[in-house]
Design a protein around this ligand. Structure first.
Ligand code: FEO
Length: 173
């Protein structure tokens, strides 16, 4: 069955939001790079890649339901932060906002009795829990070690080991 128009509209908005998130994390990655924090830059760059796969998962889904894709402009993102804690607190705030947006998509799907879309969005609901908790873990570590010295050096080394896995392809988070 062709996708409902209200569902199509909110999913298109979500595609833009996921791409905006990608843009934000790429900007954060660049900021980390300029501070010599290659591990943090790597973590954010992978975050950027993940967000593009989120956008594509919804994009592919809308097309698979014979829906229309309307890509809106992506607005400007910040390019400077006070310190690493600020970067990750902003990331956490942003992920909470995305969680709310996904919840709204889900509510529209349910109110339109679009069970297929609700089922697809379930993946995102789980993914958001994971994303929020990953960011909170880094915030805790940053508070523990402060922003200088051996602690931050080791944390940067640890984040350098993160590798990109396209979780949208295997159902894993
Ligand atoms: Fe796709 Fe980080 O939300």
């Amino acid at each position: 069955m062709k996708i409902n128009k209200n569902v199509e509209e909110i999913l298109n908005k979500q595609i833009t939001a996921e791409l905006w998130s990608a843009y934000l994390y790429l900007s954060m990655s660049a900021w980390c790079e300029t501070k010599g924090l290659k591990g943090f830059a790597n973590w954010m760059r992978i975050q950027f890649q993940e967000e593009t796969t989120h956008a594509l998962k919804i994009y592919d889904y809308v097309l698979s339901r014979s829906g229309e894709i309307k890509l809106a402009p992506i607005t400007e993102v910040e390019n400077s932060w006070n310190n690493l804690l600020h970067v990750f607190e902003e990331t956490y705030k942003h992920e909470c906002l995305v969680t709310d947006m996904i919840a709204k998509c889900y509510e529209v799907a349910v109110s339109e009795k679009d069970h297929a879309t609700a089922s697809m969005l379930q993946w995102f609901i789980n993914e958001q829990t994971e994303e929020e908790s990953n960011v909170l873990e880094i915030i805790d570590q940053l508070k523990l070690v402060g922003e200088k010295g051996e602690g931050i050096y080791l944390l940067d080394k640890e984040l350098a080991t993160r590798v990109f896995v396209d979780a949208t392809q295997n159902g894993a988070n």
